[in-house]
Design a protein around this ligand. Structure first.
Ligand code: PEP
Length: 239
C-alpha cells in the first residue's frame, strides 16, 4: 500500500523537525514491508527532506513539473531533471488544483512523458468535478483523462494513478464505498496499474475505505501535514 503525503503549498524548513516521528514509525511498524511512504513537499523542501529521509525507506516526490525535461528560458518553472537532481523520485502530475488553472489532458501527457524520461515515477491524478458527477459522466471523464493523459505511454510500472474526485478534495466529503469500489475497478480495467484514492482522507474516516480491497493506497493532502494523523492513517489501514 502506498501512503503519499501531498503538502501542497504548505511547509517551511521548521516543518521538517517533526518528521522524525514518521521516520521512527516507518522503521518500527510491524507491517513496514507492506507499506511505501512518499512525501511530496513544495520544491523548496525537496532536498532537505531527501537528506532527512536518507537512512530510512521514505521517498520524496514533487508536486508538478514543466513539460520539457531540458533547461530553458521558462521563468518560474522547474523541470523533471532538476527534481531528480535534488532527490525526488516521484512527481504528482494532473492534480485537479493544477487542472483548474488550465492544465489540459494534452499538457499532462507531455509532462508525464518528460518526467518518465528523466527517470521519475508518476503519481497521475484523475477525477471528476461535482457537476460531472451530477451529470453521471464520471466514467467518461476518467476515461478521457486516462486516454489522453497516458497516450502513447507504455511504461505502466512507473505510473500510479490517484483517483481524486474534485468534490472530495479538502471538503471532508468522501465517496460512498460502493461507488468508490466501482470507480476504482473501472479505472483498473482501463489501465492495469496501482490505483490510490485521494480526497479528505483522515484517521477518523479511514474505516470507510478499509473494506474496499481494490484500493492500493492513499494520497493524503491536509492530514499529511500532521505526522500523527498521517501515521494514524497508516496504522488504521492495517487494524
Ligand atoms: C489532495 O489534494 O491531493 C488531497 C487528497 O487533499 P485532501 O486530503 O486535503 O482532501
Amino acid at each position: 500500500m502506498y501512503f503519499i503525503a501531498n503538502w501542497k503549498m504548505f511547509g517551511a524548513l521548521n516543518s521538517l523537525n517533526s518528521l522524525y516521528k514518521v521516520i521512527k514509525f516507518s522503521k518500527n511498524f510491524k507491517k513496514r514491508k507492506l507499506i511505501k511512504i512518499i512525501y511530496c513537499p513544495p520544491n523548496t523542501l525537496i532536498n532537505q527532506m531527501f537528506i532527512k529521509f536518507k537512512n530510512s525507506k521514505i521517498e520524496v516526490g514533487a508536486q508538478n513539473c514543466h513539460e520539457f525535461d531540458r533547461p530553458g528560458p521558462f521563468t518560474g518553472s522547474v523541470n523533471s531533471m532538476m527534481l531528480r537532481n535534488v532527490g525526488a523520485k516521484y512527481v504528482i502530475i494532473g492534480h485537479s488544483e493544477n487542472r483548474k488553472k488550465g492544465e489540459t489532458n494534452k499538457l499532462i501527457n507531455l509532462k508525464i512523458k518528460s518526467a518518465l524520461k528523466s527517470g521519475l515515477k508518476i503519481i497521475f491524478c484523475i477525477g471528476e468535478t461535482i457537476q460531472e458527477k451530477r451529470k453521471k459522466i464520471t466514467n467518461q471523464i476518467l476515461n478521457n483523462q486516462i486516454k489522453i493523459g497516458l497516450n502513447k505511454i507504455k511504461d505502466k510500472k512507473n505510473i500510479i494513478i490517484a483517483y481524486e474526485p474534485v468534490w472530495s478534495i479538502g471538503t471532508g466529503i468522501i465517496p460512498k464505498p460502493r461507488e468508490l469500489f466501482e470507480t476504482i475497478k473501472f479505472i483498473k480495467k482501463k489501465k492495469n496499474c496501482k490505483v490510490l484514492y485521494g480526497g479528505s482522507v483522515n484517521p477518523k474516516n479511514l474505516d470507510n475505505f478499509r473494506s474496499i480491497n481494490v484500493i492500493d493506497g492513499f494520497l493524503v493532502g491536509g492530514a499529511s501535514q500532521n505526522p500523527k494523523k498521517f501515521i494514524d492513517i497508516i496504522k488504521k489501514t492495517y487494524n
